[in-house]
Structures are given as structure tokens and as C-alpha cells.
Design a protein around this ligand. Structure first.
Ligand code: ZN
Length: 148
């Protein structure tokens, strides 16, 4: 099995059986995201204690990439501090949007499975929806995060 097939398998698995697909109790942050290009929707709730995300979950609907991205994101950020999460998002975003891609796939762990999405700009919005929703949940901005 080559890397591309492995990546596809992980995305399909998480898309079909998303992890942390529930709302944590208690929670003190909520974000909602919508990707009009694809119709992906997500509501993310998390518990922030000090600057550590102690619990996180989401409920959403949409394409496999959007749901798999939320699923792997919740796994990646649970137990992490805000600066750690920020660094992760920055690396993830660079992997998906820069011409060179990321030279630091190892630091991304399972999130690296989305590296191939870079070739499909429409799908980049699916893959980043959860992260934009996370930023919205952590920031003070109300309303809905959108990929537009
Ligand atoms: Zn999508």
C-alpha cells in the first residue's frame, strides 16, 4: 500500500466513523462553521481550562474530507495548549496552501493525511472548515465561521 492509499483510507475511515462526534459536557466554547461551496456544516464545542483544551467534540454533516478533518483535528488538539494548537494549525495551513507544501509532515502526525488535498483547491476549504470553526470558538467573534 502506498502512502496515498493509506491517506485515503484514513480519510474514509474518519469520514465514516468520526471520532469525538459528540458534544462534551461541560463545555465553555462553541463555534459553528459552514462551507457554502460544498455544503459542509459543523458545530464544535470544547472545554477550555486555563489555556488547555481539556475536551472537545463536534457534530456535523458534509463530505468525507470535512468530517474526517474535524475528527482528526479533535484528536490532535485535545489536551493541547492554545500556543500548541496555533502552531499545529499554522503547519496544517501551510501544508495545504503553500506552493512548497510542508517540510514538517512528521510534526502533523495524522493530520498529514490531508497533504494530497493541496492539489484540489476546492477541497482545501473542506479540510480547513473545522480549523476555522475552532478559531472562531476560541476567539471572541460571534456568528458563524465561513470558508469564504
Ligand atoms: Zn466538503
Amino acid at each position: 500500500m502506498d502512502l496515498r492509499e493509506l491517506y485515503q483510507e484514513v480519510i474514509l475511515d474518519h469520514g465514516k466513523n468520526p471520532r469525538n462526534h459528540r458534544f462534551p459536557e461541560p463545555h465553555n466554547r462553541e463555534g459553528r462553521g459552514y462551507n457554502p461551496l460544498c455544503g459542509d456544516k459543523v458545530t464544535l464545542r470544547l472545554q477550555l481550562d486555563g489555556d488547555t483544551i481539556t475536551d472537545v467534540g463536534f457534530v456535523g454533516q458534509g463530505c468525507a474530507i470535512s468530517q474526517a478533518s474535524c475528527s482528526t483535528m479533535t484528536q490532535a488538539i485535545k489536551g493541547k495548549t492554545l500556543p500548541e494548537v496555533e502552531e499545529l494549525f499554522s503547519k496544517f495551513h501551510t501544508m495545504l496552501t503553500s506552493d512548497e507544501g510542508s517540510d514538517d509532515l512528521e510534526a502533523l502526525g495524522k493530520l498529514a493525511v490531508f497533504a494530497g488535498v493541496r492539489e484540489f483547491p476546492m477541497r482545501v476549504k473542506c479540510a480547513t472548515l473545522g480549523w476555522h470553526t475552532l478559531n472562531q470558538a476560541l476567539g471572541d467573534a460571534g456568528g458563524e465561521a465561513t470558508t469564504e
